[in-house]
Design a protein around this ligand. Sequence first.
Ligand code: SF4
Ligand code: SF4
Length: 266
Amino acid sequence: MISGILIATCVVAGVGIVIVIGIILGIADMKLHVDVDEKEAAILEALPGNNCGGCGYPGCSGCAAAIAKGEAAVNQCPVGGAPVAATISEIMGVEASDSKRMVAFVHCGGDCENAQQQYEYNGVADCRLQMQAPGAGSKTCSYGCLGGGSCVSVCQFDAIHVVNGIAVVDKDECKACGKCIDICPRHLIDLIPYDAQESVACKSQDMGKLVNGYCKVGCIACHICEKNCPAGAITVENNVASIDQEKCTHCGTCVSKCPKKAIQAV
Ligand code: SF4
Ligand code: SF4
């Protein structure tokens, strides 16, 4: 009789414990449950997954979260370009905005033949270290490409290479992620439209007389391009020409008129 009561008590206690554990687990699940944002997941799926940070967010998941919250544009990912922007626009239910393809361009034409060297640099191939070398690099021009290839080392797309002492972008491979722009200690790289046909391959702010002394293709700020551009797309400021790609009509006048060949057909 007593053992029967004991068994019944144990069974009731056991059932009670199971119910209590169930309630605790249920509360814990409610507390710890993280809502999966379906839009965010779909956007992440649409992004290329390079995690390059070219969008300005820490990886694709950060970018996806920002787009889903409306804090970033549907074309925030420079790597995915227009096709990815179109997919994300659909997910977000907004109009796909025009996203012009951009590519990196190195504003320097001072290669081994064109630019004067102060000495031969045989140190580590790292532009930031080269900036610590005497004269802030081996080239006489203190604005030109150092050729150490720091930009090459950060490009995940094999789109930039050092050719004959200067960095050159392969525009068909470039995804405009901006990594090379961020690392270049000479601030020589900018994004230009993929369909740009002319760009100034110089950023020297030295006086023309000095530039003439150290680089065969450096801008001497003669203003010839500025005066001859029929679209008014060129301005010379701080001793260097620059092209407003929004105004440029690709007539090529500047390329043919520049006495220093500082404006390249790209
Ligand atoms: S573009 Fe800048 S980072 Fe690239 S090789 Fe030239 S100086 Fe170095
Ligand atoms: S014509 Fe050539 S050298 Fe003269 S300002 Fe223009 S880019 Fe510079």
